[in-house]
Design a protein around this ligand. Sequence first.
Ligand code: GLN
Length: 504
Amino acid sequence: MTDLTDLTLADARDALKARRISATELTQAHVAAVERASVLNAYVLETPERALEGAALSDAKLARGEGGPLEGLPLGIKDLFCTKGVRTTACSRILGDFTPTYESTVTSQLWRDGAVMLGKLNNDEFAMGSSNETSAFGPVVSPWRRQGSNVHAQAGDGVVGAHLVPGGSSGGSAAAVAARLCLGATATDTGGSIRQPAAFTGTVGIKPTYGRCSRWGVVAFASSLDQAGPIARTVRDTAILLRSMAGHDPKDTTSVDLAVPDFEAAVGRGVKGLKIGIPKEYRLGGTPAEIEALWARGAEWLRDAGAEIVEVSLPHTKYALPAYYIVAPAEASSNLARYDGVRYGARVPGRDVAGLYEGTRADGFGREVKRRIMIGTYVLSAGYYDAYYVRAQKIRTLIKRDFEEVYASGVDAILTPATPSAAFGVGEKGSADPVEMYLNDVFTVTVNMAGLPGISVPAGLDAQGLPLGLQLVGRAFDEETLFAAGQVIEDAAGRIPMPGAWWA
Ligand code: GLN
């Protein structure tokens, strides 16, 4: 019998429904896999008892022919989602052992539909980063290794560049899915944090349209950009998960009151008659030839499947990254003001209230978070507000308009690379110059700035044997086209075999 952790989420669902396997054995297999993979540091908190209790309940329901669409499926939850009675830290020291008394809307919908929680997944501190190296729990080690590398992970060996990063900020989510430590995971994306780690790990990640998933109970980074979404092993699996995660929530005023389509039904729809745009501004000088070639191949696959490929222009693309790194830190500095040591999380006592704030924040926040707070406070300050923040917001409007014009011309989706490179080594990027790390987001931030949906689908391996992803960007609230076109890419590329369990 095959290892139950090798099943896709869709296959596991069907096997459970047909009672060929039980939720208990499926969960046990995952709990054991998680235990063996501690060296990857993907989970920051494991909840095996809760998982097994949930699985037993699911088995009882399945035996009666009942159960929701995710009944008995074990998932991992990014530690940015508040989970009632289960420690939630955003991987920051400042949240200490904060244990929410409420459940995020997205996760409560997963439990409503029968899913089982294996634990909380590592991420960059407050989701700020592209490599999962800013986490207070330490970096996540990617299950992928460069070809010919026989590096063996040893906890805390600290060899720079020896291990690869899984991407970030949802690094734990992507690594856990690729290493078969869960059937799917929740993630969040403010500038690329679902799509970039998915691309680095050969998994599928979709950032839905802003407003599709409720942000209620998700630790805020930059509220006008943050969106929750799934990472899983196949396009179909992400479609199944998104259907449960999405939906209107009166507790989030930016959540949109639209019916949630049956995303899975769109998966086999194909791309016949669709118009796919290739934005010429995304042809950056310096993008590796392998990625250019992959992009061209992706366009060919879609053309072979009946789509029309057209060149399009998104002229304000080059301003997206600098504008994002003004808007996101500005909102972050405001959102993070609440961590003062008074209401929740860690507290460092001081001589007076100001001393308490200072001590708590100096000790509780990591370097990258402090950098963002300083940038954000600076661009919002009286003398610089118009020069930086207001201008960045104007650029954001222009970026949004670029996309609207392309879609108004009849284009159904846009195809780009997901990242400018494959995964890099732990400690290899950004330590001397943080901007080097920010450049990772060059293909993804525009989509958040415009509030549009974007999916990253594995499309091949580079010369070192590492996964590369292609991104499809859709019209607002048209995730269905992304699932349809994403499946065409997945079929043409062939499913990328996941790395062998060298860590176990
Ligand atoms: N890498 C980007 C940043 O650091 C995006 C992170 C995210 O999407 N959460 O801001």
